[in-house]
Design a protein around this ligand. Structure first.
Ligand code: ATP
Ligand code: MG
Length: 209
């Protein structure tokens, strides 16, 4: 008694991604970080409709959002936020974190990102404010090594997730070639990809949207 401690702050993970599609690498990474950092919840935040890669368009935001909901629905610690989708346009992490900070004033935020993306953190426009809004956790996957980070001390942690050499790029390529993605993505996501005809080479209205 007599201690000045306020209510214990909630510990919220934030997992941003294109999730085109969400796969078991994302889910294992979130689960592992939640365990190691004693997080109360991980919020998956699908990006807004972003950059156009030269020869391909990112799938519609609603499809990416729904696949993320399907993939996370069975885990009571996981939830999905629409903030980046509803804001529209290219997603900047600073906007995501500012908004989540407003919505969860009682919480400490832990931004989970691939070590590949973390490597570019210092080039991010608002790095000092970013580090004041969240602790950053870089997850490494096979084939991605964090080059000299040179990041502010204490602002970033690295976590090795169980090796899952899965990427969305590979999942899309497999679907395009007619190869299975069973067990690379959750069952419901396999079904959803099929139902919505995502990632097919023959573009029945899929290109040029
Ligand atoms: P793409 O191949 O289209 O780049 P991706 O598989 O990297 O897709 P994103 O939606 O870009 O998926 O990933 C969101 C975040 O999850 C990124 O920070 C990414 O580095 C990380 N991530 C992706 N796949 C894995 C994996 N297998 N293990 C750990 N982290 C991953
Ligand atoms: Mg990626």
């Amino acid at each position: 008694m007599g201690e000045q401690t306020g209510p214990v702050k909630r510990r919220l993970g934030v997992m941003g991604g294109t999730f085109d599609p969400i796969h078991h690498g994302h889910l294992v990474a979130a689960s592992e970080v939640a365990s190691q950092f004693h997080l109360d919840e991980v919020i998956f935040v699908p990006t807004g409709q972003p950059w156009q890669k030269s020869h391909k368009t990112v799938s519609p935001a609603e499809d990416r959002y729904l696949m993320t909901v399907i993939a996370t629905a069975s885990n009571p610690q996981f939830s999905v936020s629409r903030i980046d989708i509803d804001r529209g346009g290219k997603t900047y992490t600073i906007d995501t974190l500012r908004e989540l900070h407003q919505q969860h004033r009682d919480a400490d935020l832990f931004f989970i990102t691939g070590a590949d993306a973390l490597g570019q953190i210092l080039t991010w426009h608002d790095a000092p404010e970013l580090f004041s809004l969240a602790h950053f956790i870089g997850v490494t996957r096979p084939g991605h090594i964090l080059a000299d980070p040179g990041l502010p001390e204490g602002a970033v942690s690295l976590v090795e997730v169980p090796a899952l050499a899965i990427s969305s790029t590979d999942c899309r390529a497999r679907v395009a070639q007619g190869d299975p993605v069973w067990y690379l993505v959750p069952d419901g996501v396999v079904r959803y990809i099929d139902k919505r005809d995502l990632y097919r080479e023959d573009p029945a209205g899929h290109d040029g949207r």
